[in-house]
Design a protein around this ligand. Structure first.
Ligand code: ZN
Length: 365
């Protein structure tokens, strides 16, 4: 899995590899970019290039083999969310007193430490940074460079201040990556001690090419749809659950159609009925709301004469038909009502109740 497998942002990747070639890699690096733009993937690639035992080059610049024991072990941390879920589960199984003292870390190689935000607050906590301070001065054991990857820019205040201390005097053999959707979320004093590298979202065309390689089982039409919906975030695009999305979107479409042509209630109740209970009820309902928003937005684009902005491209003819019976005012009210449903969900009101209320409110409208 060498650098050529990283999609998009080729200038930034080139710059990183040049710094690797000069063996003057900055010790504090902020990788900023939208969710899914590949910040974490790129950071683990750099960690592999720094520690690869084969040290291959490609186009005259450092690369990594992906096969040596260092590359393989570092690569095991690439799929982060299941590892985090496991770590959280392991902590939940501990005794109350131990639980309080245990912080989240992901480590698949002795020289590479991944520091994810710690639940339930989902922030980087001071104990996590302390652990980095306590261990950063140990020399690398199996590789050449020690790499620390903070995967989120949400730091508790004390944690941010401690991080500042490490960034003031890191050892020569250590590199700290700070991943951020927006570098501005980090303290100015942290930013001034780091090099900021920006990753951009991919273009539609680039995302489709990426999907052609990684999701060959999807039709070109499906790839085009997912590219639209993931807005240049390749990570999100690649892991997109097309089946769940299609099912939720069908239901969202039924709800909107019913609201627009009142009188066909049997179909509607069949739809909202399935959102009543079950353990996966919440995420299922959230996906339904996402789909409702996305369809309402597309209807607004059509209504305001901007059909090029429609994201559910495969539904265009159907949406055009719907747009004819939905006035702009209706769409605005529908979006307002939908945010009321969302607020209700956050306050844990009965899910089905608020969905039905949404429907009723639309009809009155
Ligand atoms: Zn290697």
């Amino acid at each position: 899995m060498p650098f050529s497998d990283f999609h998009g942002n080729s200038e930034t990747v080139h710059r990183i590899r040049e710094m690797l070639a000069r063996e003057r890699f900055p010790q504090g690096v902020i990788l900023s970019g939208p969710a899914g733009s590949g910040k974490y993937t790129l950071a683990t690639m750099v960690a592999r290039a720094m520690n690869c035992l084969e040290r291959p080059t490609a186009d005259g610049l450092p690369d990594f083999c992906g096969k040596c024991s260092n590359c393989v072990r570092i690569g095991q941390a690439e799929d982060l969310s299941p590892l985090c879920a496991q770590a959280v589960e392991a902590r939940d199984a501990l005794k109350e007193t131990e639980k309080k003292e245990t912080r989240l870390f992901i480590q698949t190689h002795p020289d590479v430490l991944v520091i994810p935000p710690d639940p339930p607050q989902m922030m980087i906590k001071v104990d996590q940074v302390r652990h980095v301070i306590e261990t950063i001065y140990f020399r690398p054991s199996d590789g050449r460079e020690r790499v620390f990857i903070f995967t989120d820019s949400a730091f508790m205040k004390e944690a941010a201040n401690s991080l500042l201390k490490v960034l003031e005097e890191p050892p020569d053999f250590a590199t700290i990556f700070l991943l951020a959707e927006n570098a501005g979320e980090l303290l100015p004093t942290i930013r001034s001690r780091s090099m900021v590298l920006q990753l951009k979202a991919l273009s539609l065309d680039e995302t489709e090419k990426y999907l052609a390689k990684h999701r060959p089982e999807w039709t070109p039409q499906q790839r085009a749809l997912v590219s639209q919906l993931s807005q240049g975030a390749v990570g999100r695009a690649r892991n997109f659950d097309l089946t769940a999305y299609s099912a939720a979107r069908n239901d969202a479409l039924t709800i909107l159609k019913t609201a627009l042509r009142s009188g066909e209630h049997s179909e509607l109740f069949k739809t909202t009925e399935t959102y009543r209970a079950g353990a996966d009820g919440r995420s299922k309902t959230e996906l339904l709301l996402t789909c409702l928003y996305s369809l309402l937005q597309d209807l607004m684009f059509l209504d305001s004469g901007s059909p090029d902005l429609v994201r559910n491209t495969d539904l265009r003819p159907e949406l055009q038909k719907l747009a004819q019976s939905a006035s702009f005012d209706w769409l605005v009210t529908a979006s307002d009502r939908l945010s009321e449903v969302e607020r209700g969900m956050r306050r844990n009101l009965l899910r089905s109740l608020s969905l039905d209320a949404f429907e009723a409110a639309l009809e009155r409208n």
